[in-house]
Design a protein. Sequence first.
Length: 741
Amino acid sequence: MAAEVSLFGIRHHGPGSARRLVEALDALQPGTVLIEGPADASHLLPMLADPAMATPVALLTYAEDDPANASFLPFAEYSPEYQAARWAVAHGAALRFIDLPAADRLGERGGGIEEDAATTAEDDPIGRDPIGMLATAAGYADGESWWTDVIEENPASTPVFAAVADAMTALRSEVGPLSPREAAREAHMRIEIARAAKQSDGPVAVVCGAWHVPALAAKTSLSADREVLKARPRTKMKATWAPWTAPRLARSSGYGAGVVAPGWCAHLWDTRHVGDRDTIWLARIARVMRERGHFVSTASVIEAQRLGHALAAMRDRPHPGFEELREAAIACLCNGERAIWDDIAAELLIGSTVGVIPAGTPLAPLLEDLQRQQKATRLKPEALERPLTLDLRSDSGLARSTLLHRLSALDVPWGRLADAGRSRGTFRENWMLAWEPEFAVRLVENLVHGATIADAAGARLGEAMRAETDLGALAALVRSAMIADLPHATEAGIALLERRAALTSDCQALLAALPPMADVLRYGEARSGTVEHLAGLMPRIVVQAALALPYAARNLDADAAGTMRGAILAAEGAIQLAQLAPDIVATWHDALRKLSDDDQATRLVAGAAARLLYEAEPLTADEAAALLARMLSPGTPVAEAAGFFEGFLEGAGQRLIHDTALREAVDAWFTGLEEESFVANLPLFRRVFAALDRNERRRLMDAALGRSGTHARGYRLLPGAAAIWPAHEARVLALMTGAPQ
């Protein structure tokens, strides 16, 4: 005689469903537990009970000959299927999946990663989240609040799962025919349930999406179900567990069976045995706000709790739900400002939890792909460091470099780039290789981005590009995508760069984008890839930065001035490296000239601009000397003169050795300073001359004293030097030679 079959219609990733399901299993004590999921991955189900397994995790199934054709089936701790699997292992019940085999589902798809919703009729909102539809009809923002209020905590409710079955029967009567895939899924599940009922020694518990309950309870002939499954495509598959993340459980990530707020669902599960869970939630909100620097008093938390209960009573709800506590928090803790709530909402409602899988998990596709590429490129992983020099002009060298760069994009630094060279069109890379065991774990973690190294690296960089708001950092990511030979990510990044550059007027952001863009153009000679758009974009950004520069350099404080000077120097190097058209370079130099002549410009930045003009020769030696003399003249405030002096000469003090006019202008300023001003600026002077080595200091001393000999070992000021030279001149000589004063 067939065993009794009980159908438990649940909401995927629903803590309310999970709690009631565990209670129902405890009462039924089934001998067999059947779960909606790929039947050919049943051997992996017991691993969910492994103490080393930490949610969220996902069952990954992929085609053996095409790892990019893959599907993820995520589980959270509050997922009913996860709790059912743990219950079955703990109670010794038979446990298996009953849905269409992954070999069947992968065989009907042309490729690409799918986060398997495991619930739905395609493009059907009712089938995708039937409980959510019931909640919306009842005026709730999410299905869990409705489930908790109406079913789980309603003492007058009918038995929960019977009520769910009745509701799903009514909903299914409102939709049209099922898609072929959904019909096949339900036919396969009915066949598996019938087989289990014949084989089981005890009751059979079936855990499935609530949407499927009416179909699985229907009386259908075995031959009719087999006819539905006839001639469906199949492919060889492999399966494993992969770490998942809380954000990828959210519906906002594109996951069809996701929940609105994974953090809220985790809170409901963690506090399922606690009566005062609204207070715990509000206390958590207060803690996060305090960590973000917001002032939140205990009295405000108490008022928020009272308001939440009042709102629930006004809405005729048995207790405060997600909406009531959110509105109470905004009113009482955020002072009515929605922007403050938005600042903390992601951390509270989404979270950043990453799952952990046991060490004995079957090999993941990224590791298999790495092994294939290691064999193809003849790169053997070794624990000890070893150098590797690559010639990018050879196919083997380029293939090795591409693999190492892609792994770096996945935060797997098997190779660390020592020196790629700085000249345009470099064809050589020097790496230091060392394999570490945790790299394998990082590859498994990156399965959320793709099943091959190329796909995962491209997806991860693309995700980082979309999230990046800084133009310079975005340009650096584009450079990483290009040197890793990821054309789709490169093209998407260039498009983002072009769009965001057109919308920004931030001079410093524009300047910061130039160095990595110049590197991309340089690598274009050694690597395949389309950089035509970038070659046209960089000159436009240079012109934009040139137009904004004179205004961006005005009235800056010390920190901002130092940052701006560094950005200008780096941009100049990038412009020279990229070898832009003469008219673009001339536009840039015109901006530097305007900056150096602008009385409102911060002197440190103006000095740096003048030095760049002098080095690039738009500014002649005589003009540079005249400008420096004017900026260091007695009528100029000492602070402004010191700033210009630092900007012009820091890192370029050796020019004073050869340029008499510059040296005389500096000498005149030094000797004209009051003693108090000289001492106050002494750290600055030492910093400028610190870049000179011993020989350069000796040569500078020779030039200052009008000597041509170079045989002296060095200079030391004698105690009577002050009697020979005026005090300032003695200090200047000591400063140049590094002698004690």
